[in-house]
Ligand binder design. Structure first.
Ligand code: SF4
Length: 323
């Protein structure tokens, strides 16, 4: 995950919940992709060290467990850059230029100048990130599928060019596709910092309420006595994610029959959201800065041990026996 700012509920629902399930059953490495952040934000003057620590605090607050999983920072493990360089040597430009996610992002970024080598080749860096650790699979969203396909193609090409052994050096990574539909922001668009429509994991209960109060509801429900249609209301979508089934049903019926008001409905929604946010805030507040830095340092050391071993194999395949 890139350290570009505070995490919001969209991240929690779409990404972190999946991570928590994954860490229950697998050995997982989670890393702060600070080099990737530069691919789109190299001009933004981000304090990446500070943002990286804050990001890890959000993860641990949300329940990522450093005792079970390895948490590290990409730029602390220079082997990512070494493998990225070698893989760049063999990756045809056409694969990267044809990547549909690349084209979409170029459009989405609007005025931002990202016609750079770093941005074009970031699927190659992603490939290095994955295969360096013999990852069997990577949790991704739909938009990342083309990147994983590129990663598998690069792996095959590397093996074709350099690796003649029975047991291949790299694994072809599989995807763990997020099953959760995207949580929309308070204005009905994608939840995003840049749209100012997000509820953050660190928002206070008052902030959450202020944001919910101002959120759009069914535009046809002008007066309290007008029956509404929950299917067109964002708050109902939130209920489906954060509230108990009985509350969801109560909202469904109450909205259609105008037996509940939108303020009351939003209060119930806030209660559901608070059940998620309250423990996150508490865990996060208990985290000492120093302890987080130590977790990351320890994770980075562990990751680097694995990465170094893999690079020995890679360098033998590319350059021949020991130099
Ligand atoms: S009652 Fe709830 S679901 Fe219905 S329009 Fe109001 S906020 Fe939306």
């Amino acid at each position: 995950m890139r350290p570009t700012g505070r995490l919001h509920l969209g991240h929690y629902v779409g990404v972190l919940k999946g991570w928590l399930e994954l860490q229950e059953r697998e050995e997982v490495l989670f890393f702060v992709a600070d080099w990737h952040a530069l691919s789109t934000s190299y001009e933004d003057g981000l304090d990446l060290r500070e943002l990286s620590v804050e990001l890890v605090k959000d993860w641990i607050g949300a329940g990522v467990d450093p005792e079970r999983s390895t948490l590290f920072v990409q730029s602390e493990v220079k082997e990512h850059a070494e493998l990225y360089l070698l893989l760049n040597m063999i990756t045809p430009l056409g694969w990267l230029e044809r990547n549909p996610t690349y084209k979409d992002l170029l459009e989405q970024m609007g005025k931002k100048e990202i016609h750079t080598a770093g941005f074009l080749t970031y699927p190659v860096l992603q490939t290095a990130d994955i295969v360096l650790y013999d990852a069997d699979a990577v949790p991704i969203g739909e938009d990342q599928r083309p990147h994983l396909e590129i990663a598998r193609e690069i792996v095959r090409r590397f093996h074709h060019l350099y690796d003649r052994r029975e047991k291949p050096i790299f694994k072809e990574p599989q995807e763990i596709l997020s099953q959760t539909p995207r949580l929309l922001g308070l204005d009905g668009r994608k939840m995003s910092k840049s749209y100012g429509n997000a509820i953050y994991l660190t928002d206070s209960p008052d902030e959450v309420w202020r944001k919910l109060r101002g959120a759009k509801t069914d535009p046809q429900r002008v007066r309290r006595t007008d029956p509404g249609n929950p299917e067109v209301c964002l708050i109902y979508d939130y209920h489906k994610v954060f509230s108990d089934p009985e509350v969801v049903q109560k909202v469904e019926e109450g909205c259609r029959t105008a037996s509940i008001g939108c303020v009351e409905c939003k209060r119930w929604c806030q209660e559901g959201i608070e059940r998620v946010l309250e423990p996150i805030r508490t865990r996060r507040a208990e985290l000492k800065e120093e302890a987080v830095r130590e977790i990351v340092a320890e994770g980075s050391r562990r990751a680097q041990g694995m990465a170094k071993r893999k690079m020995e194999e890679v360098n033998r395949a590319v350059f021949g026996a020991e130099r």
